[in-house]
Write a protein that binds this ligand. Structure first.
Ligand SMILES: [Fe+2]
Length: 156
């Protein structure tokens, strides 16, 4: 049964907030990763890759706000420190010294990890009847799978 944010019990809120905070963290780390690659990419594909990495970080910057604000809508605390996000994230930072092909592969892996994290978050939300969180996670999962496809297609 669909539950409103107000109707969720404290166990549900804690579990959903934990999953959303991991989603925010991985989205934020990937925002930085995409901006890093946008700045440091080199090679004959500079133009399209510079643009693609920009599209990714612009999308992710908006998404981390949407995800964090959903945590607040269920009255839980949104992680707001870079150190905390790095600790929660399964996606690691990178020093930006990589070939264009390696950057594509690293970003593809990040998008696939994000797609899996958001799928898990959506399933958890569904278990508790939190349809609005589930919807948000499904929409984010679709975007990450689209970016994973864009990136994968460069390496075919
Ligand atoms: Fe730029």
């Amino acid at each position: 049964m669909t539950q409103t944010a107000m109707a969720l019990n404290s166990d549900a809120k804690a579990a959903i907030a934990e999953a959303l905070n991991q989603s925010v963290a991985e989205t934020a780390v990937t925002t930085m990763l995409a901006q890093n690659f946008h700045w440091n990419v080199k090679g004959m594909s500079f133009g399209p890759l510079h643009d693609l990495f920009q599209k990714i970080y612009e999308d992710h910057f908006v998404a981390q706000d949407d995800l964090a604000e959903r945590i607040r809508a269920i009255d839980m605390h949104a992680e707001g420190t870079l150190a905390g996000m790095i600790k929660r994230s399964k996606i690691a930072e990178h020093d930006g010294h990589a070939t264009d092909k390696d950057m594509i592969k690293i970003m593809q892996d990040a998008q696939e990890t994000l797609a899996a994290t958001l799928a898990g978050c959506g399933e958890l939300a569904a278990k508790y009847g939190d349809t609005l969180t589930e919807d948000l996670c499904i929409a984010r999962g679709q975007t990450h799978e689209k970016f994973a496809w864009f990136l994968r297609s460069h390496l075919a």
